[in-house]
Write a protein that binds this ligand. Structure first.
Ligand SMILES: Nc1ncnc2c1ncn2[C@@H]1O[C@H](COP(=O)(O)OP(=O)(O)O)[C@@H](O)[C@H]1O
Ligand SMILES: [Mg+2]
Length: 397
């Protein structure tokens, strides 16, 4: 038996491969206990059993113990034989069990896009598959698809989403193929239309930010997620600077509006003159200031390879942003727009660093670049940042 555990921000995934029977149960139980004890605190436990070919009653007992110990517990990717046992014994009625995923091959498919987490292939005339990078967890993948569906239901213009699939040892998501270009490509091709694009982009933001997210649903509180991300990157920065980022987050007024939280121009597609959104993994609810801060952090102050990540030169991103602000805040005075921009730029400081929480395997050079920028943008500007965030309360929605 092969047992591994991956852990990120309270979510633990135990992967079990092989045969779980009387010969292996002792070793498996000990390994599980050791791995779980090493990673605390655990808020949810997932058993990923795609490669578990057999389970005996002692194996079932182990699952039962885990389900009792961890309230948020589920079993994913049970193969037909194992699923049958779990069903026959009533396990599927007392715990969450999902069947093995459909397998899809991308051999011979054209690549139509790349992003931070995946490569996108054209599957056929109507659908695409976004294959997540190796190491992405099933939770990350399922979260994206469930947020896509929730956002779609609430009226966000987006690609229709289908199912989670297996692509070799990776996960994939199947979506409707949008016959469209990214907004970055449109701007690069026709920079003279930048003003028109900025107006459409701002209208889209305003449309999303006018949607109220009903309480009690699956869309998470974006501020709480940001807070968790900041706590997660404390290993790269000193405690007092992390506290400063937390103070900025806490100063953002609460809100119930729909937020995309990664609305950069490669996540906006132009289809028949209309803008559509993709990449919903970070959708949440809250105050628009947070969403605008994220957009500013990508379009204006992004760290790293701008052209590759945003898909156009930074100069275009900055120009788009300037025009965007005037459309988003249409009717407001120049002075007020400048004030809002200052508030947004302070919130952007969080996102410029909090994205480091998305992976545990960034190269040293990326972390080093962030640490240098952090000293300049955060540590040295403490008084200024605190002064600006004390004004956030004046932004009523
Ligand atoms: N439904 C779709 N239809 C057409 N192109 C898409 C679709 N989804 C993604 N793409 C293309 O793939 C790129 C990366 O997809 P995205 O979901 O943003 O991945 P990531 O999360 O890695 O950023 C997009 O910028 C776009 O060019
Ligand atoms: Mg993207």
């Amino acid at each position: 038996m092969d047992i591994t555990l991956s852990y990120n921000q309270g979510q633990a995934i135990l992967t079990m491969a092989g045969r779980l029977d009387t010969n292996t149960i002792q070793q498996v139980t000990e390994t599980c206990e050791r791995l779980l004890a090493k990673n605390e605190p655990i808020s949810s436990l997932t058993c990923q059993i795609a490669e578990l070919s057999y389970i005996s009653s002692s194996g079932l007992r182990l699952l039962l113990q885990l389900a009792k110990k961890y309230e948020d517990f589920r079993i994913l990717e049970a193969q037909p034989e194992v699923y049958q046992v779990l069903e026959l014994t009533g396990f599927t009625q007392v715990m969450k069990v999902e069947r093995a995923l459909r397998t899809v091959s991308v051999a011979g498919c054209d690549i139509i896009g790349r992003g931070g987490v995946g490569v996108v292939y054209r599957l056929d005339d109507d659908t695409i598959i976004k294959v997540f990078r190796e190491g992405s967890t099933i939770q990350e993948v399922q979260n994206e698809i469930s947020m896509s569906k929730e956002a779609f239901v609430l009226g966000m213009p987006t690609a229709i989403s289908f199912d989670v699939v297996r692509v070799g040892n990776r996960y994939g998501l199947v979506y409707e193929l949008l016959k469209a270009d990214t907004l970055s490509d449109c701007i690069k091709r026709e920079p003279e239309r930048l003003d028109e694009f900025a107006r459409q982009y701002a209208t889209l933001f305003r449309q999303i930010h006018s949607i109220h997210v009903p309480q009690g649903g699956r869309i998470p509180n974006a501020m709480e997620r940001e807070e968790r991300a900041i706590r997660y990157i404390n290993r790269y920065f000193d405690t007092s600077s992390i506290d400063l980022l937390l103070q900025i987050v806490h100063a953002i007024p609460s809100g119930d509006r729909l937020l995309h939280c990664d609305l950069q121009t490669k996540n906006v597609l132009m289809q028949n003159g209309e803008l559509m959104l993709i990449d919903m993994g970070e959708v949440g609810y809250g105050h628009p200031l947070q969403d605008l801060g994220h957009a500013y952090s990508s379009l204006v102050t992004l760290l790293g390879d701008y052209d590759a990540i945003i898909g156009m030169p930074r100069e275009y991103g900055k120009q788009l942003w300037q025009k965007f602000m005037h459309y988003y805040f249409e009717g407001e005075s120049e002075e007020m727009i400048a004030h809002r921009e200052e508030q947004i730029s302070v919130v952007a400081c969080i996102r410029n660093f909090s994205w480091l929480s998305l992976s545990d395997s960034f190269p040293e050079s990326v972390i080093w670049e962030c640490q240098q920028a952090f000293a300049e943008r955060v540590t040295k500007r403490k008084d200024y940042l605190l002064r600006v965030c004390s004004s956030f309360g004046d932004w009523k929605i």
